[in-house]
Write a protein that binds this ligand. Structure first.
Ligand SMILES: [Cu+2]
Length: 129
């Protein structure tokens, strides 16, 4: 009986935490299409309004760090550095991955591809005003 109640409380807590996560389930206010290649992100300088829910749609137009889909890491990524700390990874050539984010942190932020930004200029600026 106690155990059952414990699990119920854990589940309620989990729902609460998930409901508050930065990756938002709301309908997007804005859609931003981004292309990523070894030449970087296009666009690489993005300004968006604070508080809105944005759906980023990131398309890789080349193979990034490689096309070995059996490897742990391949393709490109779109990662917004902390405090956002959200991203999509392993985007194959010609594939589009989506990331929904509620813009709860104002200011200037950086997005990057953790896989290839050391080699290629895959880095961009995100301004939340
Ligand atoms: Cu990359």
């Amino acid at each position: 009986m106690f155990i059952k109640r414990f699990y119920l409380i854990v589940n309620i807590l989990a729902l609460f935490i998930l409901g508050c996560s930065k990756e938002n389930q709301d309908k997007p206010d804005i859609i931003v299409d981004i292309k990523v290649s070894k030449n970087g992100y296009q666009p690489s300088n993005i300004t968006l309004p604070y508080g809105k829910v944005v759906l980023f749609r990131i398309t890789a137009i080349d193979e990034g760090i490689g096309e070995d889909y059996t490897a742990q890491y391949y393709g490109h990524c779109f990662y917004i550095l902390p405090p956002y700390d959200v991203g999509v990874y392993n985007i194959k050539k010609n594939e589009t991955k989506e990331l929904k984010v509620k813009l709860i942190y104002p200011g200037n932020h950086i997005f990057t591809c953790p896989y290839c930004s050391g080699i290629f200029p895959t880095k961009g600026d995100l301004h939340i005003k």
